[in-house]
Design a protein around this ligand. Structure first.
Ligand code: FAD
Length: 496
């Protein structure tokens, strides 16, 4: 069967693009290499606890806000069960040796007032921070569902997160508090662009939500949109080759020997991996080299614990630092973990689960680089790998127990390294968020959806901004090549 549009990868980018195009009359087929769709959006149950693979909270989901409007346009809001995080402290920041808890509140006025109660003399500076944040976001009008111009962004894409925050205040503690959720984007001093910080912070300050029943709810709802329009999502279809003939992708091969044809192909996997899959002379060596040389964001180390009682009663996430400098955690090898991010999920059949995220550089896993363990080919990485995971898990649990001792009374724990994310999701070097953006050379990592092969397109977290909000907006951009951006924005905005 020949499809209008074949999509590689059923993560959020692939599924949102598939749903939008299906709704607009295209015959879509999504191919997913894993046994389950959803990529980083998948949720799963283990030892009674409900866990997210990647997405622990999402922003801009109150009625009338951007993400809500897009999902409403797709008609799937009734299928989602969401819980809003604590309006007066959705994220809480702790530093070792400092008994104060610093809270991020939802709504700009509330955010300013709540932080100002901890830093009364900094009220004006906190207002200024919010003004600058909104200002930068305004340069990205698509995030408010308005069409814009790339030129608008040129004066902000070179701003650096560390420097911009440092310009706003001389108060070191406030500087650190304002950048404290930087694990959300693998923030690196003098590297991470301020627009990444701004777009992500803005979405959560607007509103912050968690899935009651896990991200699978969104995955299933999007797959239904595709299905109802006559499209298909096929799992266990690992795309291994794209063959260009006559200037177009003519055939798509999967590992199990199937061959697909489509008028257009959207690759929702890492663009560097896509480029490697394409047999063509249209991609010159210099282009291939550029894609091979992208630096990836750090890889995660995740401990998931099942508990009989909630770890804490606040409906909030915690970011807990072992130092008072939020830019140092990457270098905390001797004092690892430099930071733990704690995400509780909701009750599931009498059990409570909590995910604790930290970073653990892929280089430290070098020894097992050539080992692969997937659903289809389970291979044992050996006792020393299990020992390392156990040691790291103990350190994480010890670190969390300094604030929440109940974590030690868990029913079970399991952990995941960058190798888990590499093998199960296909993340290069197990990277958290794909390509690491650099304010010093922002255009180097700007990747357009359209490639030199006119029927091959990119989408997904590597193009613009990662995360549910960023990936959804990127899907709009990719789909606009088929539908037209003004038509798409008009339909999304209409009566919403
Ligand atoms: C630990 C962690 C925590 C996170 N927390 C949050 C959060 O709280 N909030 C938030 O908004 N974002 C969060 N993110 C980021 C967010 O999950 C991602 O940015 C987003 O889900 C990426 O979607 P994607 O479609 O671009 O890619 P992916 O989800 O990576 O999907 C790519 C899909 O393509 C498939 N695939 C790969 N290669 C092939 C192939 N050759 N053939 C067929 N299929 C293939 C993969 O199996 C996968 O299903 C988190 C990420 C991680 C890793």
């Amino acid at each position: 069967m020949k499809y209008d549009i074949l999509i590689i990868g059923s993560g959020l980018g692939g599924l949102v693009s598939g749903a939008i195009l299906s709704k607009n009359g295209f015959n879509v087929c999504v191919l997913e290499k894993g046994p389950k769709p959803g990529g980083c959006l998948q949720s799963y149950i283990k030892d009674g606890g409900l866990f997210e693979t990647g997405v622990h909270y999402i922003g801009s989901m109150s009625q009338g806000q951007t993400l809500y409007k897009i999902l409403d346009y797709l008609g799937i809001i009734p299928e989602l069960s969401l819980k809003q995080l604590d309006v007066n402290g959705f994220d809480r920041i702790r530093f070792k040796g400092d008994s104060t808890e610093y809270k991020y509140a939802q709504g700009y006025d509330n955010f300013i007032d709540t932080l100002s109660s901890r830093f009364p003399e900094e009220h004006k500076n906190i207002e200024e921070y919010c003004r600058i944040l909104k200002n930068v976001c305004d340069k990205f009008p698509l995030y408010k569902l308005y069409n814009g111009n790339f030129v608008d962004k040129l004066d902000v894409i070179e701003l650096d997160t560390y420097t911009e925050i440092a310009k706003i205040t001389r108060n070191e503690k406030l500087r650190n508090v304002l950048a404290a959720t930087n694990p959300l984007y693998d923030g690196i001093k003098h590297r991470t662009p301020f627009y990444i910080h701004a777009l992500i912070m803005n979405s959560y300050i607007e509103s912050a939500w968690r899935f009651n029943n896990g991200g699978n709810e969104l995955v299933n709802a999007l797959i239904n949109v595709i299905k109802q329009a006559g499209g298909t999502t096929l799992t266990s279809k690992n795309v291994t080759k794209l063959v260009e003939e006559g200037g177009k992708i003519a055939k798509i091969y999967t590992e199990d020997g199937d061959v697909f044809e489509a008028n257009n192909v959207i690759s929702a996997i890492h663009p560097s991996q896509t480029v490697n899959l394409v047999e063509t002379k249209m991609f010159r060596p210099v282009f291939r080299r550029r894609f091979a040389e992208f630096k990836q964001t750090v890889s995660p180390f995740v401990v998931n614990a099942v508990l009989k009682k909630p770890l804490y009663t606040e409906n909030s996430n915690y970011y807990c630092y072992s130092t008072d400098n939020v830019w140092d955690y990457h270098n905390a090898k001797d004092a690892w973990p430099g930071v733990v991010s704690i995400f509780p999920t909701l009750e599931h059949q009498g059990y409570y689960s909590v995910s604790v995220l930290s970073n653990y550089a892929y280089e430290y896993l070098d020894k097992w680089h050539n080992s692969y363990s997937t659903y289809y080919k389970k291979s044992c990485r050996g006792e020393d790998y299990e020992d390392l995971k156990a040691q790291l898990s103990d350190k994480i649990i010890d670190s969390v127990s300094e604030i929440f001792p109940e974590i030690k009374n868990n029913v079970s724990i399991h952990s995941m390294t960058g190798l888990t994310y590499r093998d199960h999701i296909g993340a290069i070097n197990g990277s958290f968020y794909g390509i690491s953006k650099d304010h010093n050379d922002p255009l180097k990592t700007f990747i357009l959806p359209q490639t030199k092969i006119p029927n091959l397109f990119f989408t997904g977290q590597n193009l613009n901004v990662h995360g549910v909000y960023g990936v959804t907006i990127t899907s709009l951009i990719t789909c606009s090549y088929f539908i037209g951006i003004n038509n798409l924005l008009y339909d999304i905005q209409r009566e919403r």
